[in-house]
Design a protein around this ligand. Structure first.
Ligand SMILES: [Mg+2]
Length: 248
């Protein structure tokens, strides 16, 4: 932890602080709509964002509207949703969204994906399908082992057939009609902001795409167990938030 705090204190400015949401700031819940940033986190993020030399972003797999509803972040925060396919900025009047434009071919594939995914989860308890503006997601968090494995295998096969990008995270398979990743979205935002360093924290395999695009002067933090490219590790959202207080 002390090494992490030293690394955070040494970051060049302007700094972009970019954080995954579920499992990183908000402990994982069986019901995803029950996820909340830990209370200490709401306060620390507000103070981090208030610093003139720091920008704040949440980088999540959630659809943007869903992320915004749960985020509890201050005005000016960038929200990157759907693993990078959607982006917006929080303003006093609501979300200032970048428009996502699907081609006719992409829109057709999204419709086919939705119908096929609904078919493959039928009869499997605890498996459900979410439709996003650019992707279809098969959720298996509440399913028993056999149903989960079958549903995830079928979703991966469907993705290989119809998708452009397939992401296999914890109890989710996301099939997107766009090529997008947290890494590409984070690199683009960094360039636009002219950030000299980036701090990124995440807990899942999809966050590795973001760790991948960061370099020596950046701070990469894995939350929880598992292999990772990240240079630092914390055990929980509480530890992450504690480390972020270094910035305020
Ligand atoms: Mg996560």
């Amino acid at each position: 932890m002390s090494e992490l705090i030293t690394a955070i204190a040494a970051t060049a400015r302007p700094l972009l602080v970019a954080l995954d949401f579920d499992g990183t700031l908000a402990p994982l819940q069986d019901d995803p709509s029950a996820s909340r940033i830990i209370p200490a986190g709401v306060d620390v993020l507000a103070r981090v964002a208030a610093r003139p030399d720091v920008s704040l972003a949440l980088v999540s797999g959630r659809a943007l509207h869903d992320l915004h509803a749960l985020a509890e972040v201050p005005e000016g925060t960038f929200l990157i949703g759907s693993h990078g396919a959607e982006r917006a900025r929080v303003t006093r009047f609501g979300l200032d969204r970048d428009v996502v434009q699907l081609t006719d071919d992409e829109a057709d594939r999204l419709a086919s994906l939705g119908a096929r995914a609904a078919g493959l989860v039928r009869g499997k308890d605890g498996v459900w399908v979410e439709t996003k503006p650019t992707a279809v997601v098969v959720h298996t968090r509440l399913a028993q082992d056999e149903d989960r494995q079958e549903a995830e295998a079928a979703a991966l096969a469907l993705g290989a057939e119809l998708g452009s990008g397939v992401l296999h995270g914890k109890d989710v398979v996301e099939i997107s009609v766009l090529h997008a990743s947290k890494g590409e979205a984070l690199a683009a935002l960094r360039d636009e902001l002219g950030a000299r360093s980036v701090l990124f924290a995440g807990d899942d395999t999809t966050d590795e795409r973001a760790f991948e695009v960061l370099g020596d002067g950046d701070v990469t933090i894995k939350v929880g167990p598992g292999d990772s490219l990240a240079r630092h590790r914390v055990g929980s959202a509480d530890e992450l938030v504690e480390a972020l207080t270094t910035l305020v």
